[in-house]
Design a binder for this molecule. Structure first.
Ligand code: AMP
Length: 634
């Protein structure tokens, strides 16, 4: 029913008009009307013509969206003040803000003076009350009806965060913004997107609120579908596959749908690059089976979910010509190089988040993508979006995210003057005062603080970002790392980024052997004195003892943090240990997180497994096939 959706479609909840489409129609209302009346229209020839005409008008107006973004970012400072004012006005009745004594004030100075910086842990009791069914205004003026589960891969268990209509709205805004910039540089036609997206299991909290990953909550909204349509990014696969009960079956069918629609696929994407790499690694295993299904028009018996079977039966028809073509193309590839453009000849690019903890998958992604450009997607979190990639031509290694000044109020804690300085002081320094969005300095690193329309006030997201220039007056941010230290035993301090760089360096030794690190993680072993770092590697195939010993030494030497180096020299930290795990170990870890309610769409391999993350540690330790100790420091 249209009536149930009117507030969603008639403008966003912040009172600003939607900046969706050119032409006289809001695409949301338009799409709903079209869907509601399709049957009626399709039975009347005149109406059908009218419908086709309207559908053409639904085209997305790239220039208009870019113009809107430019006008927002030209005076980002003013927009930030207004945004804070709106957030505080809308949520003035929330218990959390009332207790802090703002007394209706909405200016940044009073806000900073009254509202403390908080972490997720500080908000947990409030969010728990919401999840338990307390419908009073706790964090937001309007009650929260849905909860998101953030991936929580670093902590070992998913965290609850509030989810509301305003988050849906800002998600659509960021999708449209980055699409506009992307489409100006890499225009696509009105085809389909091979999207490796998956829903998590949704469940009810104790208080009866729906809970699922943020991406799942988004995929379930009508706005998602409408926006995908408006930005020419409709998924090849039917909903039954996205919302299927089993990830492996959904992945298989995403691949199958992609092949069925191979001539229409305009780009290949997922939220995080990991899922794309995972999908094509799986393709290497199942491609012959996919060809058989296409040849016979019969779905493999490995897909057992009735909902998926029914949906696929509508799409899968015997097509020996297509099966032969795919078989021939796959057989002709050398080590699967350029697989994506070979399978999808009209694909213009590969799209997904490729920065941060996704960087280790870039090499493999490039291999599959061949000559196709890799375009890194936007920056945000389950808690809310932050910035869009408005320079899509930049390679993923140097991609930046321009902050949208009207989707939240952002502050930044300066981290260090000199990003090369990785000494102890840089992490232990007394914290500086946060600065505003337009006060950040080009070249400096900061921890981001988020205040948004979903009940977060001065919330430490835990990410470190570097300012790399400005788009008009809004900063462009480069993702550096998560702020929390991964590896530390005494005075040593290594972040996720340091680990990533060490693995990258040691991984170079495998190149000559045509081997690669499929995935990796780490652990601090303090069961013996002195403690030592343990790095777990899953490799694409077997490597010689000699090479692996060299890799182990190289890993040890690649942690250049002064605290680590000096501790290794005086042996207050023991020799680094490289443990090789069986093929499929990281798949088991992924399955474990899915069992906890996570979704592949949001999955990030935990880069450090602490003692509290017992199950994952057991999976890793139970699958070790070989282990090496470094001799790099004698
Ligand atoms: P989640 O809570 O599962 O939504 O994960 C959010 C986290 O993913 C962020 O806090 C970042 O650490 C990371 N992340 C999100 N977007 C990006 C990006 N574009 N580049 C690097 N890391 C990202």
């Amino acid at each position: 029913m249209v009536t149930g959706h009117t507030t969603e479609y008639l403008g966003n909840s912040r009172g600003t008009p939607r900046l969706v489409v050119g032409g006289a129609f809001d695409s949301g209302i338009f799409s709903v009307l079209v869907e509601e009346h399709r049957y009626f229209f399709s039975n009347c020839c005149k109406c059908w013509k009218y419908l086709s005409m309207l559908e053409k008008m639904e085209e997305f107006n790239v220039e208009k969206v870019i113009e809107e973004f430019d006008s927002l970012t030209k005076d980002a400072g003013r927009v930030q003040k207004e945004t804070l004012q709106k957030i505080l006005e809308e949520n003035a009745g929330a218990e959390y803000l009332q207790k802090l004594g703002l007394n209706g004030r909405t200016d940044p100075e009073s806000f900073k003076a009254c509202v403390p910086l908080v972490t997720h842990q500080d908000l947990e009791p409030y969010i728990q009350r919401i999840a338990d069914g307390d419908a009073s205004p706790i964090l937001t003026g309007k009650p929260i009806a849905t909860i998101s589960l953030s991936s929580g891969t670093t902590q070992g268990k998913p965290k609850f965060v509030p989810f509301n209509d305003e988050l849906v709205e800002s998600t659509m805004q960021i999708y449209r913004t980055s699409f506009a910039f992307r489409n100006r540089e890499f225009p696509i036609g009105n085809g389909k997107a091979l999207q490796f997206i998956y829903s998590s299991k949704q469940f009810k909290t104790k208080g009866g609120l729906t809970a699922g990953t943020a991406t799942t909550n988004i995929y379930r909204t009508s706005q998602f579908k409408n926006t995908m349509k408006a930005i020419q990014s409709q998924c090849c696969s039917p909903d039954e596959i996205i919302f299927g009960p089993d990830f492996h079956q959904s992945l298989y069918c995403h691949l199958l749908c992609g092949l069925i629609y191979r001539d229409e696929v305009e780009f290949v994407c997922s939220t995080f690059a990991h899922s794309i790499v995972h999908a094509f690694r799986t393709f290497e295993q199942v491609w012959e089976e996919l060809c058989t299904d296409i040849r016979d028009g019969v779905l493999t018996s490995r897909v057992t979910a009735p909902s998926i079977q029914t949906a696929m039966s509508k799409l899968l028809k015997p097509n020996p010509t297509l099966a032969d073509l795919i078989y021939k193309k796959c057989s002709g590839l050398s080590n699967w190089y350029g697989l994506i453009p070979e399978l999808f000849p009209h694909a213009k690019y590969v799209y997904g988040i490729m920065t941060g903890s996704m960087e280790p998958y870039l090499k493999k992604l490039r291999h599959y993508a061949g000559e196709l450009p890799l375009l890194s997607a936007d920056y945000g979190s389950s808690e809310g979006w932050i910035g869009a990639n408005v320079n899509p031509r930049l390679p993923p290694e140097s991609v930046t995210y321009a902050v949208l000044p009207d989707i939240g109020y952002f502050e930044f804690i300066p981290i260090r003057e000199n990003s090369e300085d990785r000494t102890e002081a840089t992490f232990l320094c007394a914290e500086s005062e946060p600065v505003g969005l337009t006060e950040v300095k080009d070249g400096d690193e900061y921890e981001i603080i988020v205040t948004n329309f979903a009940g977060l006030y001065r919330y430490r997201l835990g990410d470190v970002l570097k300012v790399v220039g400005f788009h008009n007056s809004t900063p462009k941010l480069q993702f550096v790392c998560r702020r929390n230290l991964l590896l530390t035993i005494n005075i040593d301090k290594n972040t996720e980024r340091d680990l990533q760089l060490a693995v990258e360096e040691a991984g170079k030794l495998l190149l000559g052997e045509k081997l690669e690190v499929v995935d990796f993680t780490s652990h601090v072993d303090i069961t013996a004195d002195p403690g030592h770092y343990v790095i777990f590697w899953e490799l694409s195939s077997e490597a010689s003892e000699e090479i692996l010993s060299d890799c182990c030494n190289c890993l040890d030497r690649s942690f250049v943090d002064a605290g680590y180096l000096s501790s290794r020299k005086v042996k207050t930290i023991g020799a680094l240990e490289l443990r090789i795990v069986r093929r499929g170990t990281f798949q088991k870890i992924l399955d474990h997180y899915l069992g906890l309610g996570g979704a592949v769409s949001q999955f990030k391999t935990p880069r450090c497994v602490g003692p509290s993350n017992n199950t994952v540690l057991q999976i890793l330790c139970g699958n070790v096939v070989k282990s090496y100790f470094s001799t790099a420091f004698g």
